[in-house]
Write a protein that binds this ligand. Structure first.
Ligand code: NAD
Ligand code: IPM
Ligand code: MN
Length: 355
């Protein structure tokens, strides 16, 4: 049995962290007796530079023929002044999410006991393990709503949701909550935004299908504060595309580093797995990025797309062992000794082989 995976390293640290994740994949393939056909494609600035488009036709074909897409990250200063439709963000990543109709973006935030000192939150707040998941709507909202316009002296975007868009993501969140602590916090701005008033009403309706799940609502400004004051209150955060983008970076910071936060994006068939963070131009090319978010995204792929649960667990166990044992890249080194991106790859491969 071979799984077909589209591999899109992208820009900045993307290729660096992807290289380590692919080494880990090789090790788990051997250890757990499955194989993957990897087909590499260009995306983002790399796609624009080589093929004149951030999502070249060939990349689309590779993705549509695959069982899952494994993405690094896209973007960087070199491409930020291109026309919007040719930027790595809109023309590359968002176009790919739309192509695959990826409406549910799952970003699990878990704090490691040993990384509590990297959290900006004090011990007074972190009295227990932070463990919640952001379920971010990914295919609609202000990212995609039409009309959009950008002119010299005026610009606008449209934050638009249809009832069925909200139903779909709300069901995804409630389904996840059913497998967890059965609590959903829906985050919106229903005191101001029409799209949020609809959001709240539809989420309330969907909640009736899940009588075991407790639902509460928070306005996004309060939620941003509550995350800092009491992150332990959350089990599943259900929110819109833009708010989920912002709150998930905040959740990463709470847990120590954006370099630790993986993500999975689900649609009707082909899923996409990528770190929650970006191409980190400030540290790109130095072999110092944290590859763990990429590697934990691989674990999510093996589990969700291929049911290779043992391989996913072996990866997570290796990450636990590395972090617990003080093997850390600079972003999580707590001021102590740090290892490089590729050394983290070495160690994780070694731990998986030895286990
Ligand atoms: P960023 O996520 O790239 O970086 C923010 C900060 O987090 C930086 O200090 C960076 O060094 C750090 N960081 C991120 N990942 C890290 C890792 N693995 N290890 C260690 N540190 C890490 O966000 P930004 O600087 O606002 O954006 C840079 C570019 O990335 C932009 O072009 C943006 O559009 C793009 N971006 C892409 C994605 C994606 O591909 N999914 C996500 C976010 C941002
Ligand atoms: C993310 C990123 C993207 C987003 C950008 C690069 C388009 O920030 O995946 O979180 O806003 O969704
Ligand atoms: Mn983001």
């Amino acid at each position: 049995m071979a799984y077909n995976i589209a591999v899109l390293p992208g820009d900045g640290i993307g290729p660096e962290v992807m290289a380590q994740a692919l080494r880990v994949l090789k090790v788990v393939e051997e250890k757990f007796g499955f194989s993957c056909n990897l087909t590499e494609g260009l995306i983002g600035g790399a796609g624009y530079d080589a093929a004149g488009h951030p999502l070249p036709e060939e990349t689309k074909e590779i993705c549509l023929k695959s069982d899952a897409v494994f993405l690094g990250s896209i973007g960087g200063p070199k491409w930020e002044n291109l026309p919007p439709e040719l930027t790595p963000e809109l023309g590359g990543l968002l176009a790919l999410r739309k192509l695959l109709n990826l409406y549910a973006n799952i970003r699990p935030a878990v704090i490691y006991e040993e990384l509590k000192e990297m959290s900006p939150l004090s011990e007074r707040i972190l009295t227990d393990k932070v463990d919640f998941v952001t379920v971010r709507e990914l295919a609609y909202g202000v990212y995609f709503g039409q009309p959009k316009m950008l002119e010299e002296d005026e610009a606008f975007d449209t934050m638009r949701y249809r009832k069925e868009n909200v139903e779909q993501i709300a069901r995804a969140a409630f389904d996840i909550a059913m497998k967890r602590d059965k609590r959903v916090t829906s985050v919106d701005k229903a005191n101001v935004l029409s799209s949020s008033k609809l959001w709240r009403r539809v989420v309330e309706e969907v909640a009736k299908e899940y009588p075991e799940v407790t639902l509460n609502h928070q306005y996004v400004d309060n939620a941003a504060m509550q995350l800092m004051l009491n992150p332990l209150q959350y089990d599943v955060i259900l929110t819109t595309n833009l708010f989920g983008d912002i709150l998930s970076d905040e959740s990463a910071a709470i847990c120590g580093s954006l370099g630790m936060l993986p993500s999975a994006s689900y649609g009707e068939s082909i899923s996409l797995y990528e770190p929650s963070g970006g191409s980190a131009p400030d540290i790109a090319g130095k072999n110092i990025a944290n590859p763990i978010a990429q590697i934990l995204s691989l674990a999510m792929m093996l589990e969700s797309s291929f049911n290779e649960d043992a391989a996913a667990k072996a990866i997570r166990d290796a990450v636990d062992k590395a972090v617990t044992g003080g093997q850390r890249t600079g972003d999580i080194a707590c001021g102590g000794k740090s290892i490089t991106c590729s050394q983290m790859g070495d160690i994780l491969c070694q731990y998986i082989k030895e286990a």
